[in-house]
Design a protein around this ligand. Structure first.
Ligand code: AMP
Ligand code: MG
Length: 419
């Protein structure tokens, strides 16, 4: 037991040496899913101009102060202002301008009369020379004030903000075209194993489909990284060394699967035997015990166990937090959020090691999340076909020896997964 390292210690070893990737300035169109390096303040007021909230007529309130059904007021229409118009027509006493939603309010106007309060209710009608206001008005009605949402210099988004759809819209509206962000980590994926064939290929005796290349590639993309290569290699150490040398210049992070234990043909252990840069550890988790981590040239290297369930769990527990850190995530979101979930179907857990069980998490009757194992036939790490049912995992500490219906366990919903 003593040679087992705790999950939290292994993660600390990994994260403590990492720093966010050097900032780049990118157009907003390329910044989706990245994080801001520094706080952004508004360049423009939002809205940028006093403008109309309605299709109607821009007026001087004094002219229509007495308007009502039985005392209608007729004004001369001297201009037409669609959204985008740069005109600022002068309005004298008794004059109005037709105005569409979003168009800038003329300097001389202070109020917008909506179409429905006039005799010109057809929004598509030709511009008429006069308009009659036939309902009472209030001063300043239907005017959106410049800066009503934000003023220049106001904080739009703090450093570390994740640029989702709403954050991007907000940055664009306040005058940004480019932003300083931590770039996407470039990830190379290498699945090792002489038994691997491309998905869809027919199998000769001993061969299996390579599911890890797809798995890790998709997980890396979900974590916001850019996958620069994803190819399987056989168990020949020379072939692996060759491939590593090829991808290293392209990658910030290299994720390998398979070949990390002490098997006679495990290529990763053989390539890095005696290395001071790459460490092989036994981590107190199930699945995912054998792990490799270190530096290879200019890249971080992760060696995950080959069993697909182990690789999936290991990615979530070690690689995803590392990518989060490289992408500039604040410390409190580097690790995934856990939710308490009520167990609906029990399972067995290993002694000593923490268990990471692929699971189905869903909303329960009383507002509690509910959780059950994804695999019908147990929790072993080779049950890759059942992984499709998992949208997250349970974390069961090593000192708990079984989990029963009604127990509450910590659950993680896979980012991008759904409750
Ligand atoms: P290893 O860690 O190389 O000893 O592999 C452990 C188990 O995972 C073996 O049964 C492998 O056949 C299987 N395995 C390894 N790599 C992959 C892969 N890329 N796709 C699917 N299964 C794999
Ligand atoms: Mg192998």
């Amino acid at each position: 037991m003593s040679d087992l390292i705790a999950v939290s210690d292994q993660r600390e070893r990994i994260l403590s040496g990492m720093r966010p990737l050097t900032a780049q300035h990118l157009p907003l169109t390329e910044a989706h899913g990245l994080r801001l390096v520094e706080a952004v303040h508004a360049r423009f007021p939002v809205p940028p101009w006093d403008n109309s909230a309605m299709d109607g007529y821009a007026v001087r309130f004094a002219d229509v102060a007495g308007a009502a059904a039985d005392t209608p007021v007729t004004l001369d229409v001297v201009a037409d202002l669609p959204a985008g118009s740069g005109l600022d027509p002068a309005l004298g006493q008794g004059q109005a301008a037709r105005i569409m939603t979003g168009a800038v309010l003329p300097t001389d106007a202070d109020t917008v009369v909506q179409l429905e309060h006039t005799d010109r209710t057809d929004p598509h009608g030709a511009l008429a020379a006069t308009v009659t206001v036939n309902q009472p008005q209030t001063h300043g009605r239907h005017v959106r004030s410049a800066g009503g949402d934000m003023m220049p210099g106001d904080l739009v988004a703090p450093a570390g903000t994740y640029l989702n759809a709403t954050a991007l819209a907000s940055l664009a509206s306040t005058g940004q075209g480019r932003v300083g962000v931590h770039p996407r980590a470039k990830v190379a994926v290498i699945a090792t194993g002489s038994e691997l064939l491309p998905p869809g290929a027919d199998l000769a005796r001993g061969q299996i489909p390579d599911s890890n290349s797809l798995l890790i590639r998709a997980l890396a993309r979900q974590a916001g990284a850019e996958v620069v290569s994803a190819a399987p290699v056989g168990d020949d150490p020379a072939e692996l060394a060759d491939h590593l040398a090829q991808v290293e210049p392209l990658a910030d992070v290299i994720v390998l699967t398979g070949g990390v234990s002490a098997g006679a043909y495990d290529p990763l252990t053989r390539v890095f035997a005696g290395s001071e840069e790459v460490t092989f550890s036994k981590v107190a988790m199930q699945p995912g015990k054998p792990q490799a981590f270190g530096r290879y040239g200019g890249a971080w290297l992760f060696g995950l166990p080959g069993n697909p369930v182990s690789a999936w769990v290991s990615f979530h527990v070690f690689v995803r937090p590392a990518l989060q850190l490289l992408h500039g995530a604040p410390p409190d979101v580097v690790l995934p959020a856990t939710v308490p979930a009520r167990v609906t179907q029990g399972w067995r857990t290993p002694p000593v090691r923490d268990q990471y069980l692929p699971a189905r998490v869903r909303p329960g009757a009383d507002g509690h999340a509910e959780i059950s194992p994804a695999a019908r036939h147990g929790s072993q790490s080779h049950l890759v076909a059942s992984l499709a049912r998992a949208n997250g995992y349970a974390i069961v500490p090593g000192h708990i020896d079984h989990v029963e219906p009604g127990d509450i366990v910590e659950a993680v919903v896979e980012p991008g997964g759904h409750l």
